[in-house]
Ligand binder design. Structure first.
Ligand code: UDP
Length: 234
């Protein structure tokens, strides 16, 4: 399957059509951005890491009964995926206090949560992805009641599965973001699951191995992404 027309240029991925109208190709770039696009840069080979890590995680989740948009990895930077009608709600799951939660609640980063927290954000770059709740989603028609229920159910289930998956690989899954889309009457997990959209800390040392290294100029960005790759993909 070859990539044809580029129909979307994202911050870290481009989306291309294929000969099959039902299938698209996600092309993973090395471009990095943070703080709603204000900070920009490049992490060499990040696209390769994110493609392989996402594919490994999608495969694991499929094996546990979570349907995803992935059809297969085509090569180092390309993933063949089912075309989705993306739900404009980002689902964030948290197990440990960090990032915007630390700020919002005035809590120290690193505090383990007794129960996971699920949050919704409106997927809208112009507005900076503001936090929303079920009432906003319903009122502004972003998703139906059934879909909201499904986002919660799937989000929490995925969190449970991935917490154990990462723990087995010596990684603490602090928080992460999921996107879902509609496809032939089903809700599929879309986008990617990679160090770009997850906070991943080394289980023993709590060393950050994710995009926070880029966000806050912590150094060794490429090295830590590659460490995650090896811890996940061997
Ligand atoms: N996240 C993401 N895309 C976004 C916003 C958040 O992938 O547009 C991820 C982020 O990498 C982190 C989690 O979601 O793993 C929670 O992010 P948070 O709300 O703490 O915001 P941030 O501190 O990243 O601004």
């Amino acid at each position: 399957m070859k990539r044809l027309e580029k129909i979307y240029e994202g911050k870290s991925k481009n989306i291309h059509t294929t000969e099959d109208p039902d299938l698209l190709i996600q092309y993973f770039k090395d471009d990095a951005s943070a703080f709603n696009g204000i900070k920009k840069g490049e992490i060499v080979d990040k696209g390769i890491v994110n493609n392989h890590v996402s594919a490994a995680i999608f495969k694991f989740l499929e094996g546990k009964g979570i349907k995803t948009h992935m059809v297969k990895e085509l090569n180092d930077r390309e993933m063949l995926v089912k075309k989705l009608d993306i739900i404009l709600v980002e689902v964030v799951l948290r197990n440990v206090v960090a990032g915007s939660l630390a700020k919002r609640m005035g809590r120290p980063e690193g505090e383990t949560l007794k129960n996971p927290i699920l949050e919704f954000y409106y997927k809208n770059d112009d507005l900076g992805d503001p936090m929303i709740n079920e009432y906003h989603i319903r009122e502004f028609g972003l998703a139906t009641d059934d879909e909201i229920e499904m986002l919660c159910e799937k989000g929490l289930k995925i969190n449970q599965l991935l917490w154990d998956y990462f723990k087995e690989r010596k990684i603490r899954l602090v928080d992460f973001k999921l996107e879902f889309g509609r496809h032939k009457g089903e809700i599929l997990l879309g986008d990617e699951i990679s160090p770009d959209g997850c906070r991943l800390w080394h289980w023993d040392t709590n060393e950050k191995m994710d995009k926070d290294r880029f966000r806050f100029d912590l150094g060794q960005v490429k090295e830590k992404y590659e460490e995650v790759y090896h811890m996940i993909c061997g």
